[in-house]
Ligand binder design. Structure first.
Ligand code: PGA
Length: 250
């Protein structure tokens, strides 16, 4: 299989600059011989500090969100131009907290996706069902809709800059993880959707991360599954001692 493993840490709204610097220094030292692809996504005010510290490392710099417009009168938003200026190469879009706490819908997320791609950023597009949707047997349908709508207008040439993160909402920050089998089934489904939209080669090549209470104890079993190509890690990404074992999973 040709897909690399891609392990990303989403720091959410945690850490000051000094704490961020300490963590990322330790990560770059401990991951320097790591064989996989790595990313950290600190909060906006930490990006410049972290950018300087990852420049010569194998860790990419990501942001957790961005505005749907390039620039203008959008109080409180952060633009793609500002992110690129600081050295950000990747942006996480459609995270469940953006969808469900801040009411971002597929149309808004899609505008952000297209803008980020137009500017050459890599996008980690998050999809995932709520508990009631899973219990109603709608997990596949929800993930399919979010994938299709999130990628509307995205060309086949742009698709290599897309990573999908499957994050069942009921597993995020709850300590509950999808079983490797359940997660793999949804990943396979998403891959099929990509195949329908972009063809078999695109489906084979797209990286699909799993997210939702990933920890050292379950990382290897999840990533042993055929369709799971990495992880988007929240809580366990906040300390080197919990993130490094995931990033270096064997
Ligand atoms: P968690 O968060 O690892 O704390 O469940 C994952 C995420 O929200 O990306």
């Amino acid at each position: 299989m040709s897909r690399p493993y891609y392990i990303a840490g989403n720091w959410k709204m945690h850490k000051t600059r000094a704490e961020a610097a300490e963590l990322v220094k330790e990560l770059s030292a401990r991951l320097k011989d790591g064989k996989h692809r790595y990313l950290v996504a600190p909060g906006f005010t930490l990006l410049e500090t972290v950018a300087a510290l990852v420049r010569d490392s194998n860790i990419r710099l990501g942001a957790q969100n961005m505005a749907a417009e390039e620039q203008g009168a959008h109080t409180g938003e952060v633009s793609v131009l500002q992110l690129k200026d600081i050295g950000v190469r990747t942006v996480i879009l459609g995270h469940s907290e953006r969808r469900h706490v801040y009411r971002e819908d597929d149309a808004l997320i899609n505008r952000k996706v297209r803008l980020a791609l137009r500017h050459g950023l890599e996008v980690i597009l998050c999809v995932g069902e709520l508990l009631e949707e899973r219990e109603a047997g709608r997990a596949e349908a929800v993930c399919e809709t979010q994938t299709v709508r999130g990628l509307e207008g995205v060309s086949a040439a742009e698709l290599p800059n897309i990573v999908i993160a499957y994050e069942p909402v009921w597993a995020i920050g709850t300590g509950k993880t999808a079983t490797p089998e359940d997660a793999d089934a949804i990943h396979a489904w998403i891959r099929k959707v990509i195949g329908r939209l972009y063809g078999a080669a695109a489906a084979e090549n797209i990286i699909i991360q799993y997210g939702g209470s990933v920890k050292a104890e379950n990382a290897a079993q999840l990533m042993a599954k055929e369709n799971i190509d990495g992880a988007l890690v929240g809580g366990a990404a906040l300390k080197a001692d919990t993130f490094v074992p995931i990033a270096m999973f064997a």
